[in-house]
Design a protein around this ligand. Sequence first.
Ligand code: CIR
Length: 255
Amino acid sequence: YNFNSVIVRTPSRSVVNGLRADDRGNPTYEGVKAEHDAYIDAMRAAGVEVTVLPALEEFPDSIFVEDPALVFTSGAILLRPGAETRVKETAEITPTLREMFDTVLDLPSPGFADGGDVLTTPKSVMIGLSARTDKAGAEALIGCLDKLGLKGEVVATPKGVLHFKTDCSLLDDENVLSTARLAQSGVFKNFKQIIIPEGEEPAANALRVNDVVMVGSDFPRTIEMLDKLGYKVVPMKTTEIGKIDAGLSCMSLRW
Ligand code: CIR
């Protein structure tokens, strides 16, 4: 959670047509743009250098740069997103990653993996199986991680949850923030678990960056809980991106 650099991508006007499991109405472009601008400001305030890539009208979900690639200080991995409309986002981000990293690995075929299913912790890189990340993709990813000197571990994502990280985030070396449904599955036995208050499940996709934890401002009980535990919480508006199943980690690649 200590980062020097992030990559983000400006939302396109087509973001209003982003993928979603349940239709709660389209987000507005202006609303998404405002949330994204505030995110960039918060990243800079947290002390990271932000590279802002241009909008891609052809790809409504391309603002969520976390999914087509993975980055570590030791290198980058180009993934194969599990949603058909998102597969070509990888080719769009590849030139930037090749410029910024000495080592850039391709996920071998077959299989699919989304960055949203990957939680990097000091103990291992956890890969959640989901509708977007299959067994073949997860196993291929473990091979890539190995080449970067990292240990991958395959875990389950609760049924009906988009990504593994939809339901959790790393707060520090020992603590994870998790929904009750994910915590119950036992995947975090090596951590202390801080459980999201019932009804605020989307708050689990929080984001620790250096000394702050960004949390969706629509989730006051989670904010209060983390505040009482001593975390420096920065509330961020995520109402519009929430309509297309996104949260705070989705909008950046961090290393
Ligand atoms: C999608 O369904 O792919 C987007 N609408 C949301 C992606 C969120 N990304 C993430 O959690 N890493």
